[in-house]
Design a protein around this ligand. Sequence first.
Ligand SMILES: Nc1ncnc2c1ncn2[C@@H]1O[C@H](COP(=O)(O)OP(=O)(O)O)[C@@H](O)[C@H]1O
Ligand SMILES: [Mg+2]
Length: 350
Amino acid sequence: MSGVELRNVTKAFGKAVAVRNLDLTVGKGEFLALLGPSGCGKTTTLRMIAGFTRPDSGEILIDGQPVSSLSVRERRVGIVFQSYALFPNMTAFENIAFGLRVRKLPEEEVRSRVFRLLEMVGLEDKANANCRQLSGGQQQRVALARALAIEPRVLLLDEPLSALDAKVRNSLRFEIKKIQRESGITTIYVTHDQEEALSISDRVAVMRSGQIEQAGTPWEVYANPSSLFVADFVGVSNFLDVEVKAGGTVFWNDRPLEVEGAGSLAPGPWRLVIRPERLLPVPKDAQEKNILEGTVAGRVFLGPIQRVALDVGKERILVDLLNTEKGHLSPGEPLRVSFSPGDGRLIRRS
Ligand SMILES: Nc1ncnc2c1ncn2[C@@H]1O[C@H](COP(=O)(O)OP(=O)(O)O)[C@@H](O)[C@H]1O
Ligand SMILES: [Mg+2]
């Protein structure tokens, strides 16, 4: 049985179709990241699962049960939004207790559950703090505890960390993942941040214009993008316009390259996708396959790596070099890199 299933779901606002014939299955206990650019329909999808928005057509199931006739509360989903959306003038404790009191749980149980949750999100000592005295990160912890309090069947998070600064975002990201793993709640995490999606989820569904473009493990989606859109949106890629000749030889401009799998492709124009970290520096006299030789045009220092813009003939490619003992490369210096035939991915050019 799946945790959440959307079958052929469509939702339009006037003439604008926000979600189009969307099919998506999230396994029970799975952590799925719904990743896509702004406006692609992520929030609309989440709101339909939660019950705030009604689909025009299609069906949504939670734990195998169709939910179209159920209210938001009856669906038993926990929701965390980007803006903290806590009840103002209430303490952290009262915010988390709210849903339990609505459900008329005995006060004894409310107390023990709330304290357990406060401990889970690392806020044991903030039970009586007014929400407005809490930092952004702490408020999102309260929001997460509040969402979990009702023991939801599904946890829905809509860009919950995007208003926070980078340090807090990183630490909270891993806490959310840890809590999810311990509780085993089916989770859908909406984000436009590909790094966040890759690092937090069991599976990533990349969304574009109201549809799922590709779904797979973070590794699959990153290493084996099924379209140029995914290759471009997830991570950084070099795109080389190449010609595949009969027999599988690949030409980039006049340079022959060897790419795994090219022999089985239809001859014609293709695009070769290579991740910058798959281009490895080689010494002058190296005999490696697929050597690209160029001149450093510039570089960006990114901490553990330097991202080098390399001019090869008239084209510019990006190369990620680990910041080891080699030191910095300066503009104008020559650099030779190569990639192995298995590290290039050919996608049809249209
Ligand atoms: N309540 C609404 N009324 C009209 N248009 C909407 C409404 N909600 C969303 N849309 C439109 O639907 C599309 C998808 O929006 P949304 O689901 O919020 O995308 P995302 O969360 O991926 O940024 C956008 O073009 C947006 O303008
Ligand atoms: Mg949104």
